[in-house]
Design a protein around this ligand. Structure first.
Ligand code: C5P
Length: 222
């Protein structure tokens, strides 16, 4: 059987990465988290004190940056100029600036090339915002994963608490809603369900049920 390409898009906190990882494991595919790549650029901008509003400086930064994904103990990790930033890119500070960074055309174009190269051989589950619409419009299976804003904020809150961050649920809800708005309203490759994507609402689903639903979609086509 030919190794296929599965694209999973959706708003922040819908469970994309958790579910995508399990789907990849079940199929023995590689999981590629494209959000981590945008977060890595945002981290580098913060590290170098570059404002995302300064598009020229952001374009120059992106040109000189080396972002690499690698896998350790089955987990995707990411480096920026050789430094492993896998944990640092997950802080609330980075979440607050990443949508402004990802709206910059030079940033998107650089990462787009990288993402397409990574998917070329097939056998991948790639998650993000524009995978089915823009990065891999010919993906074999396209999923648009959603959940209610309350449920997404609750999940993100638990995740952050486990990592030791003090979080306020209401504030988190507002931040997630703002990020979705920015991601949906940007000009280039906005967050949108592809016409041929299957919508899955995970609000009342367990992780296992969401994984099964995607595997079923995959099996329908193979
Ligand atoms: O998936 P995650 O929430 O980590 O993504 C962080 C941010 O990266 C998103 O809010 C969005 O601004 C950007 N992103 C994007 N396109 C993708 C993946 C992520 O614009 N394919």
């Amino acid at each position: 059987m030919k190794a296929s390409i599965i694209a999973i898009d959706g708003p922040a906190g819908a469970g994309k990465s958790t579910v995508a990882k399990f789907v990849a494991k079940r199929l023995n595919y590689v999981y590629i988290d494209t959000g981590a790549m945008y977060r890595a650029v945002a981290w580098a901008a913060q590290d170098k004190n570059i404002s995302p509003a300064n598009e020229d400086a952001m374009a120059e930064l992106t040109r000189t940056l080396s972002i690499q994904l690698y896998y350790r103990d089955g987990q995707q990790r990411i480096t920026v100029d050789g430094r492993d930033v896998s944990e640092e890119i997950r802080t609330p500070d980075i979440s607050r600036i990443v949508s402004a960074v990802s709206a910059i055309p030079a940033v998107r174009n650089a990462l787009l090339d990288l993402q397409r190269q990574m998917a070329r051989a097939g056998g991948v589950v790639m998650d993000g915002r524009d995978i089915g619409t823009c990065v891999l419009p010919n993906a074999d299976v396209k999923i648009f994963l959603i959940a209610s804003i309350d449920e997404r904020a609750r999940r993100r809150c638990l995740e952050l608490q486990e990592k030791g961050f003090v979080t306020d649920l209401e504030q988190l809800k507002q931040e997630i809603a703002l990020r979705d708005k920015m991601d949906s309203e940007r000009e280039l490759a906005p967050l949108r369900q592809a016409d041929d994507a299957t919508l899955i609402d995970t609000s009342d689903m367990t992780i296992e049920q969401a994984v099964d639903a995607i595997i079923t979609e995959h099996e329908k086509r193979y």
